[in-house]
Design a protein around this ligand. Structure first.
Ligand code: FES
Length: 139
């Protein structure tokens, strides 16, 4: 194979690979993730382990498929951990007072309501009761 044939073959195969890759990655997914149907009932002690994140405004932890966060005004809130689009763990953005999915950028309010993004589904909101250093999450 001479140089011209080599680059010709390389260009052809690269183009085929790019098209094949885009066809796989660019197609819309038929898979969606609904909010969990199961109920939760658990308690976090904010003095233990990763839960200490809840001492700081904007801090959050994941537990039992729920994201529990502390708002900048000091409230503890909880919604479903997984984005209803493709199941990525959402994050809490305390400075913007919202939940955010880093995968495709879907946004949710503090209560889990849909703001914008690839699917209009919300995150399930859970009930939070704080007693001293204990955070009880149900729903
Ligand atoms: S997984 Fe696509 S926006 Fe969350």
């Amino acid at each position: 194979m001479d140089r011209k044939e080599f680059f010709s073959a390389l260009g052809y195969s690269s183009g085929v690979m790019m098209i094949a890759g885009c066809l796989g990655a660019c197609k819309k997914s038929a898979v969606t993730y609904d909010t969990p149907a199961s109920t939760v009932d658990f308690t976090l002690d904010i003095n233990q382990g990763l839960n200490i994140a809840l001492k700081n405004p904007g801090g959050y932890v994941y537990s039992n498929n729920v994201i529990v966060a502390k708002t900048t005004s000091g409230d503890i809130i909880a919604v479903a951990q997984f984005c209803p689009h493709q199941g990525t763990s959402v994050q809490y953005q305390g400075d913007r007072n919202r939940f955010y999915c880093p995968n495709h950028g879907q946004l949710f309010t503090n209560t889990g309501a849909f703001i914008e993004g690839p699917t209009n589904k919300p995150l399930k909101q859970y009930t939070v009761v704080v007693t001293g250093d204990l955070v009880h999450v149900t729903g």
